[in-house]
Design a protein around this ligand. Sequence first.
Ligand SMILES: Cc1ncc(COP(=O)(O)O)c(C=O)c1O
Length: 452
Amino acid sequence: MMDKAFFEGLSEEEARKKITELAGDYCELYHKRKEYKPGDHISYGGRFYDRREMENLVDSSLEFWLTAGRYVQEFEKKFAAWLGVKFCSTVNSGSSANLLAFMALTSPLLKERAIKPGDEVITVAAGFPTTVSPIVQYGAVPVFVDVTIPGYNIDAAKLEEAYSEGKTRAVMIAHTLGNPFDLSAVSAFCEKHGLWLVEDNCDALGSEYILNGKKVKTGTVGHIGTSSFYPPHHMTMGEGGAVYTDDPLLHRIVRSLRDWGRDCVCEPGQDNRCGHRYDGQYGQLPAGYDHKYVYSHLGYNLKITDMQAAVGVAQLEKIDSFTALRREHHAYLYEGLADLSDKLVLPVATANADPSWFGFMICCRDGVDRTRLVRHLEDAGVQTRMLFSGNLIKHPCFDHLRDAQGDKYRVAGSLENTDRIMQSGFWIGVYPGMTRSMMDVMIEEIHKGLQG
Ligand SMILES: Cc1ncc(COP(=O)(O)O)c(C=O)c1O
């Protein structure tokens, strides 16, 4: 046990400061990034942090509020301001963010604009499953549109073909690996048909797009945007995510669904913020029923802890430098692989976009064996990733849905490029922790893997 004299004469605040400083020193000493040596494993992503994150984490744990508290409020405010949106709600993962974003659009508070079971939602199969799963789980019908190569986003030219009068209600898609989808075409399509647009921004934090002559951040154009703060993502809280919107009603619905479905907007631990706790009459409840326990939705509990947000606050201070490094690393890899363009399809940014890349996507051209190349890279210590599901509807989770095609899901046209990505695509990392020597090895090993 440490001698209590360590705290002698210190106020609680001073003692906490001393401990957090020590935690910062500990971080600098024991969490130093190891210098890369040839032969070391090169991961595709990972946490990138310093003493600030550790200090905030310890500060929050000493406060021991545990649930959402002052750090959550600070993070939500600063994150919304950084994005340029009015409202942000933190949640416990990017998947939860997608769940909330979609379920918000089914709220009865939206009246005739609410998505109902059986309604169609346009999306893609070449991506992460939890962009799509809330649609299926709710009983709406995902309509899969093919993507383009080498942008890896929805083929906007096929949107009209996927539209079904009276049935299509929304478009819910991700900005693939940081490359923005064609926001001009997709948002114009949504406006024309009065559709909701959900931007899964989990892999694209900090990506920019020129829309109608104005630079905007991805995630802020559609009605709702979502983020993930899982470690390999652009910034991290360990687990975590966010849902953001400019629409006060959608924000209210998201908050309600996130917080058990309640109608009340008090923060955790707070009572009677509105001053009308016992004044209202809701549903068929008796007049004056405690508003704290009035439920306007059948909701969830998807909140984060204050310790997660404390780490997020420190990460947010660095997000611009993180995105700059991701862009730099992507450009470096591109230059080093450019001579292989007869064997590999290299990634291309969408027109009018400045991606904050999540990864460096590659498609093997005909005659190049993806599995052989990926095996070579993994054996050489270069971590690789598939474009998540490749083609989601080929997975076992669709086995029981395939027979009911038309009812449970629909494919608009062919998924030729989606299948091609599933067969011949993979990606490597560009995260801020990468160094020139690591990227030189990645470039060299890709060249080697294509020989012979
Ligand atoms: C596009 C996309 N959406 C959603 C998610 C889910 O995020 P989480 O892992 O935080 O649930 C991911 C995960 O990487 C993703 O890539």
